[in-house]
Every structure is written in structure tokens, then in C-alpha cells.
Design a protein around this ligand. Structure first.
Ligand code: ZN
Length: 91
């Protein structure tokens, strides 16, 4: 995986343990937060920015490679409306 969550060894005086979202490819920290939930949400959002190809189905519409739902025409141009995955859409 491209992104990783790192947990601080000890808590900080004000907010407890710190959680950093780390970019393994560019070897840099994206953000630091006191909430593991927030760190995980940010990591998830970043991963969805990594463009994926829609998967072909036997039906007229393709489906999302992440959440496996069908991609309907009224979705935002190159994102899955259900999970927010960025998609490579041929024009
Ligand atoms: Zn999706």
C-alpha cells in the first residue's frame, strides 16, 4: 500500500497519542492527528485518489473496482458516487 498510519510511541501532553498518515512513495508525512479514526479516513480518501480502471461487466454499465457497485451515468464524471474512488473514464 502507498499510505500507512504511524502511531507515536508515547502520548503528547495535550492530546494523547498521535497518529500520522505517511506517504510511503514520497517518504513524507501527510498529516498528524490525535484521532486514529480521522487518520484512517484521511488515508482512505488519499487511496481513493489513486486512479483505478472501472471493471467491465456483462451488462451495459461497468462497475467500481473498489466497492463493486455499478457506475451509472449520473455519477460525478470520474468518481464513483458510492465510495469516492477516482476512476479512469474513457471519453
Ligand atoms: Zn465505488
Amino acid at each position: 500500500m502507498k499510505y500507512q498510519i504511524l502511531e507515536s510511541e508515547k502520548g503528547s501532553y495535550t492530546g494523547g497519542k498521535e497518529f500520522a498518515v505517511y506517504d510511503c512513495t514520497n517518504r513524507e508525512y501527510i498529516c498528524v492527528t490525535f484521532s486514529k479514526d480521522v487518520a484512517m479516513k484521511i488515508k482512505e480518501a488519499l487511496e481513493k485518489q489513486v486512479i483505478m480502471k472501472p471493471e467491465e461487466s456483462i451488462y451495459y454499465v461497468d462497475y467500481c473496482p473498489r466497492c463493486k457497485r455499478f457506475l451509472m451515468e449520473n455519477n460525478f464524471l470520474n468518481y464513483c458516487s458510492y465510495c469516492g474512488q477516482k476512476l479512469e473514464i474513457e471519453s
